[in-house]
Design a protein around this ligand. Structure first.
Ligand code: HEC
Length: 191
């Protein structure tokens, strides 16, 4: 009889994490998703304004200074580490993915090829001492000006000046350009 009860217990709890609070990852995922949205929400208006005011060449300079500033202030405000990464970086010093990020970016490319929209592509999990999360950034019309196949000569010149090793052109609409990557150290109770 005891064995039967034990067997029933095992069946009933199969798939249910045995650590109390094991679903606590969900608020972390929401926080991470919110940070990624906030990053884009702060950068895009600045990019558009810079392009309207001074043209794309000026916008390149704004992008080069504002994107890291936004990442820094979001990190300071939230306690998360916030950055952008890509498999084909423009700024290798900031955007080179680590091993985990590289694997997730590869998975994102696969998912996009399989028909998912970049806006819907994200992934989060606990790794070692941290919770990590990435949100894909899709290529839209406005991105092609600086990341597309035929970049205007004036922009190409500016890009070359700032990024002699630029690998971030030649993209098409709808591709995954890169991702916002956020992580936060977590202790055992938060898992
Ligand atoms: C005016 C030119 C310009 C436009 C338009 C533009 N970008 Fe960029 N992008 C840049 C520059 C410059 C950098 C490098 C910034 C830095 O130094 O960190 C960059 C970097 C990035 C990165 C970080 C990874 C890397 O390669 O360094 C991502 C992701 C990215 N852009 C996505 C986009 C998306 C998505 C759009 C459209 C919504 C877009 N960009 C539009 C100029 C542009």
């Amino acid at each position: 009889m005891r064995r039967v009860i034990y067997a029933m217990f095992v069946v009933a709890t199969a798939g249910v994490p045995l650590v109390p609070g094991a679903h606590a990852g969900e608020p972390l995922e929401q926080e991470a998703a919110e940070l990624a949205r906030e990053f884009v929400g702060r950068l895009k208006p600045q990019l558009k304004q810079a392009m309207a005011e001074g043209g794309p060449t000026h916008a390149v300079e704004v992008c080069a200074s504002e994107a890291p500033r936004i990442a820094e202030s979001l990190s300071a405000e939230s306690g998360w580490e916030v950055r952008r990464v890509s498999l084909r970086q423009r700024n290798a010093s900031r955007a080179t993915p680590d091993r985990w990020e590289r694997a997730v970016l590869q998975q994102f490319d696969q998912r996009q090829l399989a028909g998912e929209k970049p806006a819907d592509i994200h992934f989060g999990e606990f790794t070692g001492e941290s919770y990590r999360y990435m949100q894909a950034q899709g290529v839209e019309g406005v991105c092609l000006v600086c990341h597309g196949e035929s970049v205007a000569a004036a922009i190409a010149t500016t890009l070359e000046k700032y990024y002699p090793d630029d690998r971030a052109t030649g993209y098409h609409m709808g591709q995954v350009r890169g991702a916002i990557s956020v992580q936060k150290p977590v202790n055992q109770e938060q898992r």
